[in-house]
Design a protein around this ligand. Structure first.
Ligand SMILES: [Zn+2]
Ligand SMILES: [Zn+2]
Length: 341
């Protein structure tokens, strides 16, 4: 089959012919890829940022945002059948460790990560296991939802926490209305009754945020902290979801947070610099977010099937992977780039 592989760092990917994956264990599932999302992490992999962390042996097939059709299943697989449309939870998890048993797939103590440390989805077929496949509604197409496997799941995981800890009328500030923020806003409007205030430097992104449901859109123009304080009677928001995490976003975000408010870190890059006396005297909380659980993904797919979360995508044939990566790198992709074998 055709597969796009990492053959070295600081060099291009290569389209090659490799053997199709086969069933090796009773719970294995082979998926025929219908869409593989092209992610900024793929660029970082090629830059060598993951080399030491993943320890993956080269060459290997890249691509960690995958959806398609079940092609073959091991003897013990009962939850899906050949032909089912599925999206893949990004991790292959053991199901036996404490984290897995509490439904916390991302912190599995014996996980693999297709596209990062084993073969991924820039290919015609991919091997995963029964624990990782989420059946999707017939109305959804794999190429339309593939990017929800990672970007969408991460956004869902964070804002679902907001939904569980807020009340109608509470205010949630969303910093950053890019790819993840865009999904986070739609999910917040679908599953919570918070007032959603979106902040972005880009006026077009703010307009789009309001179009998809944000209650208030604010362009970050230097007066945005005051505007949030005005909207909240001077108190600040109960929740701030920070999809940026760099360029001063955290300092501004903390200034918009109410006493006892929750600060959700999703985007990353800078240090959070806040005096500990402020943390204790205001009882503010900082909450990290890493991808999401299997159940998060299933819930997100329910919203997608209901038409409450949609993702703008640009598709490329698998052979045009380089174009897709170049477009992503140059900021030319509208929505998410998806490779279709
Ligand atoms: Zn990704
Ligand atoms: Zn586990």
């Amino acid at each position: 089959m055709k597969a796009v592989q990492v053959v070295g760092y600081h060099t291009g990917l290569q389209l090659t012919e490799i053997p199709e994956p086969t069933i090796e264990g009773p719970l294995d599932v082979i998926v025929r890829i219908g869409g593989a999302g092209v992610c900024r992490t793929d660029l970082h992999i090629l830059e060598g940022q993951w080399e030491a962390k993943s320890g993956v042996a080269l060459p290997y097939t890249i691509g960690h945002e995958n959806a398609g059709w079940v092609h073959a299943v091991g003897d013990a697989v009962t939850n899906v059948a050949v032909g089912d449309k599925v999206i893949l939870h990004p991790l292959i998890t053991c199901g036996l460790c404490r984290a897995c048993r509490s439904g916390d797939d991302v912190h599995c103590q014996a996980s693999k990560f297709p596209g990062i440390d084993v073969d991924g989805g820039y290919a015609e077929y991919l091997r995963t296991t029964a624990r990782s496949v989420v059946r999707i509604d017939d109305s959804l197409e794999p190429a339309d939802v593939a990017a929800l496997a990672d970007a969408g799941l991460t956004a869902y995981h964070a804002v679902a926490k907001v939904a569980r800890t807020t009340r109608p009328g509470d205010v949630c500030v969303v910093i950053g209305a890019g790819g993840l923020g865009h999904i986070g806003i739609q999910v917040l409007k679908a599953i919570s009754a918070v007032t959603v205030v979106v902040i972005d430097r880009n006026p077009d992104a703010v307009d789009l945020a309001v179009k998809i449901g944000a209650d208030h859109g604010i362009v970050a123009d230097g007066r945005h902290i005051d505007r949030v304080l005005d909207l909240t009677g001077g108190h600040g928001a109960e929740a701030v979801v920070d999809f940026v995490g760099e360029g001063g976003a955290t300092r501004e975000g903390i200034a918009m947070l109410r006493r006892a408010g929750n600060y959700y870190v999703v985007g990353y890059g800078e240090n959070i610099d806040v005096p500990t006396i402020d943390v204790i005297s205001t009882e503010i909380n900082f909450i990290g977010n890493l991808v999401g659980s299997y159940n998060d993904l299933q819930e997100l797919m329910t919203l997608a099937a209901q038409g409450k979360v949609t993702l703008h995508t640009t598709t490329y044939p698998l052979a045009n992977f380089q174009q897709a990566l170049d477009d992503l790198d140059a900021g030319r992709v509208r929505g998410r780039a998806i490779l279709v074998p």
